[in-house]
Design a protein around this ligand. Structure first.
Ligand SMILES: Nc1nc2c(ncn2[C@@H]2O[C@H](COP(=O)(O)OP(=O)(O)OP(=O)(O)O)[C@@H](O)[C@H]2O)c(=O)[nH]1
Length: 548
């Protein structure tokens, strides 16, 4: 993960402190502002930090639908900031949990799949187990019971391996066992009462919840596990066992602050009475359970309880009450379907918006990459053209243009003396005429190689034209330059000319103009040319310098 800005980290910490003081509105405002700044500064890592904090806060505040777009943007920012598999997996799992809990398991599928894939490379076992839990829960809600069951078994196994590895993983393991119980119960509900698999699933559910109680659970989760067991006993028509278990839970339930759990227990007691044919008590208890759920505005169980109440009222001959319960159940179901459709629409809008943002960012990146590629091509072409324009194609040495550039640099009053050697191949016309123009070319290339190999990196050897070369020797006094020229001449004379062709021999004459500082290169070359003329006149294959 890239480094988040200090501002983003500070905003996140300040918001966390505000949340601790239950100042959620202030925390939300702070996080929104900080997110805006991180977006403007293109600080993906900071944006991820802030959005994750805000999404978790909204989720904690039961504002699950509002949390979805924030989570979606957080995961995009986390990807851009090259977040780790643990970080990304946590976010994907959170999105899946959130979508499942708002009743949209279909929408959760994509995120569950991402969490599953990331779980392979997650290094934190608690995060990995949490991600697998999210995937299994999504599968349960989609009715993919068998894959959910095998995932839960995997989580329980991994949790057991990591038993020494900390409470967080053990907690996830306990939660996985409870969720497995829910999964078994959901599957049992899809089967006919006389299906033998139903009994097997419910008995396994009971075993599973009892096993969950051996894991370190939050108090509410322990009670939920026991109530789920009671639920399975009721479904198995083991009413006495169910009743006994419920009686044992009476005290802990009274002490428990969770009204929903108490309402759930009342509903179970109602179903036990109903199973025993005591419709009067059942009707009273169903009505109480509904009131308890209504008191905490918890709607999930109510339509089912209303339908059960309607049956109880009908059985006791209270038809208007039966009808009223049925009407409210169907009104609630309609309202729930409508709310769900609206929620789905909002989630889809949020995803669509994110997709648009992703595409436009992608298009921008593609465009930038293309521009960059074209720029690189252009630079390479310019470089190649400039190299070609400055290079003699036959020998690969610099050409006259390079010499002109050197002249401009050396013409500046830098105080650095330099020497210039004008080198001319002796009787080159004769070589061409006797051996061919091709051999002449090879002789020129060989001389260029000798010059290249025997000059310092700071010296500039160029082909001046035809069979003439110029070597500029910066910072070199005449007497030293003369020795260098003598060496060059000797190396050329001693070159293995027979390697080019039988009978070939080539020498050069060199005119040297030395200790020039600063000077006009044209004038210097004219002086060197005078020296060259002298060398030729003196019999060739020799060096002549000026001012001697
Ligand atoms: N093979 C070949 N010959 C070239 C090239 N450029 C110039 N020449 C030839 O080089 C020869 C130069 O001849 P001259 O100027 O008469 O001088 P020279 O024969 O070297 O005699 P001196 O300089 O007096 O020793 C000409 O015949 C040109 O055609 C080239 O790129 N390749």
């Amino acid at each position: 993960m890239r480094q988040a800005s200090v501002e983003a980290a500070t905003a996140r910490d300040t918001a966390a402190a505000l949340m601790c003081d239950l100042q959620f509105a202030a925390a939300d405002e702070l996080l929104r502002g900080a997110a805006q700044q991180a977006r403007a500064a293109d600080d993906a890592a900071g944006l991820y930090l802030i959005l994750q904090a805000r999404a978790e806060m909204l989720r904690g505040q039961e504002q699950r639908v509002e949390a979805v777009p924030v989570f979606l943007e957080a995961v995009a920012a986390c990807r851009r900031a090259q977040g780790s598999a643990d970080e990304l997996g946590r976010l994907e799992a959170s999105i899946a949990f959130t979508l499942v809990n708002i009743g949209l398991p279909d929408e959760a599928t994509e995120h569950a799949a991402a969490a599953l894939e990331l779980s392979e490379s997650m290094t934190r076992l608690d995060e990995r187990v949490r991600a697998l839990n999210a995937v299994a829960l999504t599968n349960t809600r989609l009715g993919h019971f068998s894959s959910a069951r095998s995932l839960y078994s995997q989580i329980v196994r991994e949790g057991r391996v990591a038993r020494g590895g900390g409470g967080a993983t053990a907690g996830e393991r306990g939660r996985a066992m409870i969720n497995l119980g829910v999964c078994l119960n959901d599957e049992a509900r899809t089967l006919e009462p006389d299906d033998p698999r139903r009994g097997r699933l419910l008995r396994r559910q009971i075993r599973c919840n009892r096993a969950a109680l051996t894991a370190p659970l939050r108090p509410g989760n322990g009670l939920a596990a026991l109530l789920n067991t009671t639920d399975a006993l009721v479904m198995l028509a083991r009413l006495d066992d169910a009743s006994q278990q419920l009686a044992a839970l009476e005290r802990p339930l009274q002490d428990c602050a969770d009204t929903e759990l108490r309402a759930f227990a009342t509903g179970l007691a109602a179903r036990i009475s109903m199973g025993r044919g005591d419709c009067d008590t059942a009707a009273t208890l169903f009505t109480r359970a509904i009131a308890q759920f209504d008191a905490v505005d918890s709607q999930d169980e109510v339509p089912m309880l209303l339908e059960a109440l309607s049956q109880a009222e009908e059985a006791r001959g209270h038809l208007p009450a039966a009808l009223a319960a049925e009407r409210r159940a169907s009104a609630m179901q309609r309202a729930r379907a409508k709310a769900l459709a609206e929620t789905r629409l909002r989630v889809l809008e949020a995803r669509y918006e994110r997709e648009l943002a992703r595409r436009s960012a992608e298009a921008q990146r593609t465009m930038e990459a293309r521009v960059e590629q074209q720029r690189a091509q252009l630079n390479a072409q310019t470089e190649a053209l400039s190299h070609a324009a400055r290079t003699d194609p036959l020998t690969g040495l610099g050409n006259r243009r390079v010499l002109e550039e050197v002249a401009t640099v050396l013409g500046a009053p830098s105080g650095v003396p330099f020497s210039v050697a004008l080198i001319d191949v002796d009787h080159f016309k004769h070589i061409n005429d006797r051996f061919s123009h091709g051999v002449g070319d090879r002789v020129l290339r060989a001389i260029a190689d000798v010059l290249r190999e025997n000059c310092r990196p700071t010296d500039v050897a160029t082909r001046y034209g035809g069979e003439e070369f110029v070597v500029v020797l910066p910072g070199m006094a005449r007497d030293v330059a003369e020795r260098v020229c003598e060496r060059l001449r000797g190396r050329i004379e001693d070159f293995d000319w027979a390697s080019i062709g039988e009978g070939i021999r080539a020498t050069v004459s060199i005119g040297l103009s030395g200790d020039v500082c600063p000077a006009d290169l044209t004038a210097v070359l004219a002086r060197a040319d005078g020296c060259l003329y002298a060398a030729k006149n003196a019999g060739r294959n020799r060096v002549r310098t000026d001012e001697r």
